[in-house]
Design a protein around this ligand. Structure first.
Ligand SMILES: C[S@@+](CC[C@H](N)C(=O)[O-])C[C@H]1O[C@@H](n2cnc3c(N)ncnc32)[C@H](O)[C@@H]1O
Length: 308
């Protein structure tokens, strides 16, 4: 089991944050790869968040001197609730999100995120509430189909959902490998050819996103981060699939910037509206990084500077 996590696009993310003296938020602490680099900069203070109690416990044990020196505060909370722990009297200069699961979560079979390691069907990042087993064993087939289609873009969503509903009446699903093999058997042989992803990949991704409410979390988390930032502060997000990237793009859209154009009449601004300006182009990991860390391959980095 891996206890470490290779931070993805670390250099690019730190550059985009524009580190300098002041308060920064690491919204997805994980194994603290970003936090550690942020703290190397003189005068930087970090508030780090993770919803996984295990990540916070690990951080408390490994970042003792920074915590004691008052440079790091850790909070076990969902990032959609970050406003409840951010100090009112300090300006937030940057917030970084590195989405998805960490390597220790993925590689620990007991957390049930992966079918490469057999474990209980769990998949809860915060270790609270219904498990993946609860979902596949009790949700109506049409709900399962919708989740697989929307969050996994799974073409066989309905077929898989109906088969799950039939099978669970005989024996409920309890293990990750059991579910993965069951899905694999439903796939036509020609679609299981070498080089393609495992047939259960999309289903596992979809259940994880649904269970952890990842898209709603992201929408609310980005809004809270945007509101917390000082004008001139940076919002930096590394996402791993198109559903996430779509949300990030929407928040960082340069619409407001465009209306500053001299050719357009000034638009009424909604109260509390936040606007960003930054490169339209998405940043991708280098070829070297993709080779050294296969988990970085689908990473996409976008950032924006708050201008209003
Ligand atoms: C990819 S890892 C971050 C790795 C980190 N950048 C590092 O270098 O170690 C993502 C982390 O974010 C946490 N996470 C995901 N969604 C969250 C949410 N909505 N609120 C708080 N933490 C979340 C996960 O528990 C996981 O530990």
């Amino acid at each position: 089991m891996s206890h470490t996590h290779k931070p993805v696009m670390l250099e690019e993310a730190m550059d985009a944050l524009n580190l300098g003296p002041g308060l920064f938020v690491d919204a997805t602490f994980g194994r603290g790869g970003y936090t550690q680099t942020m703290l190397k900069h003189k005068g930087v203070h970090v508030i780090a968040i993770d919803q996984d109690p295990e990540a916070i416990c690990w951080g408390t044990q490994h970042f003792g001197p920074d915590i004691e020196a008052g440079r790091l505060v850790l909070h076990q909370i969902r990032f959609s609730h970050m406003e409840s722990i951010l100090p009112q009297d300090k300006e937030v200069r940057g917030v970084v999100f590195d989405l998805g699961v960490s390597s220790p979560q993925l590689d620990n079979a007991e957390r049930g995120f992966s079918f490469l390691h057999d474990g209980p069907l769990d998949m809860r990042m915060d270790q609270n509430g219904p498990t993946a087993a609860d979902f596949v064993n009790t949700a109506p087939a049409q709900d399962i189909a919708r989740v697989l289609k929307v969050f996994g873009e799974e073409k066989l969503a309905r077929r898989i959902a109906r088969a799950i509903e039939k099978q669970r009446n005989e024996k409920p699903f309890t293990r990750t490998r059991e579910l993965a093999s069951f899905i694999e058997a439903l796939y036509p042989p020609q679609q299981k050819t070498k080089g393609k992803i495992h047939p259960a990949t999309r289903t596992f991704q979809a259940i994880r996103i649904h269970l952890n409410q990842e898209i709603r979390e992201l929408e609310e988390g980005l809004q809270k981060a945007a509101q917390a930032l000082v004008v001139g502060g940076r919002l930096v997000v590394i996402s791993f699939h198109s559903l996430e990237d779509r949300v990030v793009k929407h928040v960082l859209r340069p619409e407001c910037y465009e209306t500053v154009s001299p050719y357009l009449p000034p638009r009424e601004r909604a109260p509390g509206e936040v606007c960003f300006q930054g490169p339209k182009r998405v940043l991708k990991p280098s070829m070297d990084e993709c080779r050294d860390n296969p988990r970085s391959r689908s990473a996409r980095l976008r950032w924006g500077e708050r201008i209003l």
